[in-house]
Design a protein. Structure first.
Length: 336
């Protein structure tokens, strides 16, 4: 029997997840039914939304029970195809879950990968869903003009890093907010932002004011919670706020919500962003972004770990906000 390494749910819990919530185990190699594909995972994407998906608190995901494979997307390679549109050797991004092999219906295929577009792993980063999220924020919602100031939180991550770099390509002044000195160095020295403020240091709001002398015209919020509240007083009049994610609220029982008064005072326009709205624009985005990546105008940073058995620990690191760059698990070789 060829074994299939999987990560299953061992325990549902509220609040911060724990290593004991996951079980790494072997299952038999799955057999694809007629119309299905057998795929082998190459790079597993670890994303903040998975925390909510496990609890059934995310669109399209039912609450997992003990023994279910953890939800997740991966860059994968088709091993055997029972569908005319796919062939062995094709690379895809698909909903495989956290396992080495998966038998999937074609409705679980998220995108086909053109290996010439960029490094394969970028299909779950800058050339995939996080990049498209950033593109939707910058091109469809925030739309910074030349000289306007855009601020983005979780700026070292795949969404935040792309938001800032795409805004710079439009001529904006870009300031990141991130949770460590190492992250801020990445944001300014590699991504090329104009400035970055570590919000875990004393005096960070004064530093933000100094970095944004005319106020914040666009704020892309990746964090929610108290940081979103704090940002209200830094907005310029008629600012745009793109609300993208709220990991600060995932585990906390104490957070009292966002005070909307200051946003009214600033006459701010607030947008909720859902990346699915931009799926029809994906081919257009991919063409642009793969060119920028090749030319070195779009930079990426991965926080990569080897081996599926290390996925739970790497996911917990993401949940603690300790990832520096796109959190990825290298599950198996790209070829072979
Ligand atoms: N709306 C959509 O359609 C959509 C699509 C994709 C992603 N998203 C959201 O976009 C955001 C960024 O995604 P990403 O993949 O680029 O993530 P990421 O930046 O790699 O990781 C999340 C980051 O959030 C920050 N953070 C702040 N408070 C946190 C807390 N209490 N717990 C954990 N992390 C905390 C941490 O950075 P710092 O240390 O710098 O604070 C952490 O590294 C997430 O909120 C995600 O859910 C939304």
């Amino acid at each position: 029997m060829v074994a299939n390494l999987q990560v299953q749910l061992a325990k549902q819990r509220d609040g911060m997840p724990d290593a004991a919530d996951f079980r790494v185990t072997e299952a038999p190699l799955p057999r694809p039914n007629p119309g299905e594909l057998l795929v082998r995972s190459v790079y597993l994407s670890l994303d903040p939304y998975v925390r909510k998906a496990i609890r059934g608190d995310h669109p399209g995901h039912t609450k997992l029970v003990d023994g279910d494979v953890i939800y997740g997307r991966s860059v994968c390679r088709v091993v055997r195809s029972h569908h005319d549109d796919y062939q062995a050797g094709d690379y895809l991004v698909a909903e495989t879950g956290w396992q080495q092999h998966a038998a999937i219906g074609v409705d679980k295929v998220v995108q086909r990968i053109d290996p010439a577009a960029g490094p394969l792993s970028s299909a779950i980063g800058a050339l995939g869903m996080p990049g498209l999220t950033a593109w939707g924020s910058v091109e469809r919602l925030g739309k910074p003009s030349i000289g306007e100031t855009l601020v983005v939180s979780a700026a070292a991550g795949p969404v935040g890093g792309c938001v800032g770099q795409l805004a710079k390509l439009r001529g904006a002044r870009v300031v990141g907010i991130a949770g460590s000195r190492e992250k801020c160095d990445l944001v300014t020295k590699t991504y090329g932002f104009d400035a970055c403020v570590n919000y875990k240091t004393d005096g960070w709001e004064e530093a933000l004011t100094a970095a944004c002398p005319g106020g914040v015209d666009i704020y892309h919020d990746n964090v929610g919670g108290p940081l979103l509240n704090a940002m209200a007083k830094h907005l310029s009049l008629y600012a745009r706020v793109v609300m993208c994610g709220r990991p600060a609220d995932y585990h906390s029982k104490d957070f009292q919500g966002v005070g909307l008064g200051p946003f009214i005072g600033r006459r701010a326009k607030m947008f909720g962003l859902v990346v699915y709205d931009y799926e029809p624009d994906f081919d257009h985005y991919l063409k642009l972004a793969s060119g920028w990546l090749r030319e070195g105008r779009l930079k990426v940073k991965e926080d990569r770990v080897e081996g599926l058995q290390n996925a739970p620990a790497h996911f917990l690191k993401l949940m603690r906000g300790e990832n520096v760059g796109k959190a990825i698990v290298a599950v198996g070789p790209e070829k072979a």
